[in-house]
Design a protein around this ligand. Structure first.
Ligand code: FES
Length: 146
């Protein structure tokens, strides 16, 4: 594979290196997860450091982390230069915080689910899984789900 004069990668090259379809690359770009610039021939080009971002997006997908969370984690990363070790550490710190929040949320849900499996009442008033924080009460009196 021959690098382009500006040392950037074409869509096809990034796609081959990462295994991500060109359409997905465009989608990630539309979400602000990655960015590109235009060649003199008006073709999309990606800086080489975008490959690392894409790899992390793939890892996040495997872990079930929503792309919105990935975008939040990538927020401190610069698009116009190769991120430094310090930049990546900031991403790592955010990512860790997100994973810890998700872990606590799952642990809370697991406890509630264990209670519901033993209970089975399906009460809209009492069951925190079916009606968290009695959210259905905001819709007014009477049955809200039939
Ligand atoms: S099913 Fe009874 S509390 Fe959830």
């Amino acid at each position: 594979m021959v690098a382009h004069p500006d040392d950037a990668l074409s869509v096809g090259e990034v796609s081959r290196r990462t295994g991500v379809a060109a359409s997905a690359l465009h989608y990630y770009e539309s979400l602000g997860l990655i960015s590109s610039h235009r060649s003199p021939g008006n073709q999309r080009r990606y800086a080489r450091h975008m490959v690392r971002r894409i790899s992390l997006i793939l890892v996040a997908k495997r872990l079930g982390i929503p792309l919105a969370d990935v975008r939040d984690a990538f927020e401190p990363l610069p698009h116009d230069r190769r991120p430094t070790a310090h930049d990546w550490r900031r991403v790592s710190t955010r990512w860790k915080r997100t994973l810890e929040e998700r872990r606590s949320q799952i642990e809370r849900l697991e406890k509630e689910l264990n209670g519901c499996i033993g209970c089975g009442c399906l009460s809209m008033k009492a069951c925190r899984l079916l009606n968290p924080e009695d959210a259905l009460a905001d819709r007014g009196p009477g049955p809200q789900r039939l």
